[in-house]
Design a protein. Structure first.
Length: 140
């Protein structure tokens, strides 16, 4: 099974691959754009709300075509607080890193996402552990 559209969009935004339009919020979520609403989400995310951090990731990554440090921040916070899609995306992002330690961290995040029930993460982790993904130049 492949990645979901949401996972692909997040990975593309974080890695700075291509431009894309904003994508819809998850079912039952409304988009946040007013400064007061963004500030509220930021506070919630910084206090450990994984969903708020992921929504900030979505809003900061949408429409960006270059590496986005703010999106990377919200991705990390969402992953740290248990958001499986964020964990998958952080693991996928780290797989492309130049530092050999990134691959170890990638396995960690993919493992957490897989344990949370993300089948795409489980499949990617399996491929990583079998050595089916070639490291980027400069990695071991």
């Amino acid at each position: 099974m492949g990645m979901t559209t949401r996972q692909l969009v997040c990975v593309a935004a974080i890695l700075g691959v291509g431009a894309f339009a904003a994508f819809p919020a998850a079912a039952g979520e409304q988009s946040q754009s007013a400064p007061a609403e963004v500030a509220k989400l930021e506070r919630q995310a910084l206090l450990g709300d994984a969903k708020a951090a992921f929504r900030l990731l979505q809003s900061t990554a949408a429409g960006k075509s270059s590496v986005n440090p703010e999106a990377a921040l919200w991705l990390t916070i969402a992953a740290e607080n248990g958001h499986p899609i964020a964990q998958y995306n952080l693991g996928a992002k780290l797989l492309g890193g130049a530092d050999p330690r990134d691959r170890v961290r990638a396995e960690y995040w993919l493992s957490r996402a897989a344990k949370a029930g993300d089948e795409s993460a489980a499949q990617l982790l399996k491929r990583v552990r079998k050595g089916q993904l070639a490291p980027r130049p400069g990695t071991k």
